[in-house]
Each structure stands twice: as C-alpha cells, then as structure tokens.
Design a protein around this ligand. Structure first.
Ligand code: C2E
Ligand code: MG
Ligand code: MG
Length: 261
C-alpha cells in the first residue's frame, strides 16, 4: 500500500511538468476491416514517456488522473493531437479515416466537452465525422444518457467502449443512442473458450446489427478470433493481431501501406 501511495504521489508531482515538457504522446491503434485488410480508423491512446522512468503505462497514470481531475487536461491535449493528425493526413492529400478519442464521465457533466471539440474541429478545419467519441459503459449511468444524446445531436459519432466488461451493458444499450458498440477484449477472450460463450458473442453481434449499430471488436489477438468474428458478421477489428498502438508519426505510412487510401 505504501508503495502504491508513493507511486501516486510521484505521478502527481510530475504530471504538470510532463504536460508542459511534451512527455505525453498520442499513440494510434489502427482499426481494420477483417475482409479487406484495410485500415478503416484508429483509436487515440495516451502514453507517458518519462525522462527517468521511461514509458509509463496508462494503467498506472489514468486512474490517478481520474481521481485528481488531471485527466481532463490530458484528454484536451489528446483531442487536439487527434485533430492535428487528421489535418496532417488531409494536408498530405490523403483521405482521412476517423480517429476516436476517449471521453470520461468524470468531467462530462461539468466541462463543456462539445464546445471544446467543436472549437478544435474548427481550428483544424477537419470534417466532424473524422473525430469519433468513445465512452465506457458505466454503472453510474445517471447523466451519461443525456450527454450522449446531446453529443449525438451535435453531430458526433458515439462509440460505446468496453461493451461486456461488466456493469449494465444492456441497459445502457437500450437507453443511450450509441452509433457503434466496441466489444471488450476480455469478453471476446473469455467467451471464445466455450460453445456457449461463442453463441453469446454471435448473438451479441447479430443483435447489435439488428438494432442498427456498427460493431468493432477490441483486443483481437489471433487469426482464429478474427475469422470467428467475421463469420458472426463483425468486420471491424482492433487488436495486436493487426497492430499494436503505434506512435502517431508512424500512422500515415501504415495507412498508405494498408492500401486504405
Ligand atoms: P481502451 O479505451 O479500451 O483502449 C484499448 C486498450 O486495449 C489499449 O490499452 C490498447 O493498447 C489495448 N489493446 C488493444 N488491442 C489489444 C490486444 O490485442 N491485446 C491486449 N492485451 N490489449 C490490447 P492502453 O493503451 O493501455 O489503454 C488502457 C485504457 O486506458 C484504455 O482502454 C482507456 O480506457 C484508457 N486510456 C488510454 N489512453 C487514454 C486517454 O488518452 N484518455 C482517456 N480518458 N483514457 C485513456
Ligand atoms: Mg477506448
Ligand atoms: Mg476499450
């Protein structure tokens, strides 16, 4: 416990300087079409390159930032990096693919996320559909529903992150107008193990399609998983089998290589 507390204190001491010194980086993890093998989008993920401690994993710093509120500053930075990247792709004369960013319920009710995102979209002159928003399903749905509705009516594509990771997925699906559902990595991994589990995945995918939502599978690590998803009618995948998250500056080359443009 002591070392956890120490870790947390170290993170809190370093975070403001880290933002000023550009120690936070945006990585991009491409999303692929299983059938064509082409890149169809990407997710923006934060990394912290600490001058002494090296790369710090989001699992270590995101929960601390969620608690102390710093996550909003980091997210605003990542959102801007994502918009900048879309602009850069367009400036190369390439057709951009949507980049999704993570949005948290911790600040969603108190900070005007919509105005900030619209400001960034205007600043970089990018098409709004190129910036997609991911929100994790949550136990505390209160308020999230209204905000998702508002974001959607402001023109944003809304992705429900980590579907099947717990909480009340079906309730949230019923009441909140998401556009795309992202199947959680653990859900895929654990349920693929048994006939019963595979049936549940299969029907989750067909139900999702039936109600008119898009679907992306997260954490696809094997060819077998990709083939299974494809046979169930899910054509979009994000996972180490296709690509790990990569530094943003490598993304354009990867996009060109995948033949998506
Ligand atoms: P997430 O939004 O669900 O992002 C997907 C996570 O799964 C990423 O972990 C990604 O590296 C990992 N992943 C993708 N494919 C595979 C795979 O095939 N196998 C395995 N084992 N893992 C895979 P990462 O980057 O460590 O981020 C963890 C979580 O931290 C994210 O989960 C997200 O909730 C949060 N996060 C990361 N960056 C940001 C950020 O900039 N802002 C906010 N608010 N949250 C962030
Ligand atoms: Mg996400
Ligand atoms: Mg996820």
């Amino acid at each position: 416990m002591k070392s956890d507390l120490q870790k947390k204190q170290n993170i809190e001491e370093d975070m403001n300087k880290a933002l000023l010194d550009n120690q936070f980086l945006m990585y991009l993890q491409p999303k692929y079409s299983i059938s064509s093998g082409k890149i169809i989008g990407a997710e923006a993920l934060a990394r912290w390159r600490h001058p002494e401690k090296g790369m710090i994993s989001p699992a270590d710093f995101i929960p601390v930032f969620e608690q102390n509120g710093f996550i909003l500053k980091l997210d605003c930075f990542i959102w801007e990096q994502a918009c900048k990247k879309i602009r850069e792709i367009m400036d190369h004369g390439l057709t951009p693919v949507p980049i999704s960013v993570n949005i948290l319920r911790e600040y969603i009710q108190t900070f005007d996320v919509i105005s900030e995102l619209k400001r960034l979209i205007d600043k970089y002159g990018i098409p709004q559909p190129m910036l997609e928003l991911e929100i994790t399903e949550t136990l505390d749905q209160h308020g999230v529903e209204d905000i998702v509705k508002k974001m959607k009516s402001s023109g944003f594509t809304m992705l429900m992150d980590d579907f099947g990771s717990g909480y009340s997925s079906l309730n949230m699906l019923k009441s909140t107008p998401f556009d795309v559902l992202k199947i959680d990595r653990h859900f895929l991994e654990e349920f693929m193990d048994s006939d019963r589990g595979r049936k549940i995945i299969e029907h989750t995918i067909s139900m999702t399609r039936d109600i008119g939502l898009g679907i992306v599978a997260e954490g696809v690590e094997t060819c077998e998983q990709a083939m299974f998803l494809s046979s169930c009618g899910c054509d979009s995948a994000q996972g180490f089998y296709y690509s790990r998250p990569i530094p943003a500056h490598e993304f354009i080359d990867k996009l060109k290589l995948s033949g998506s443009i």
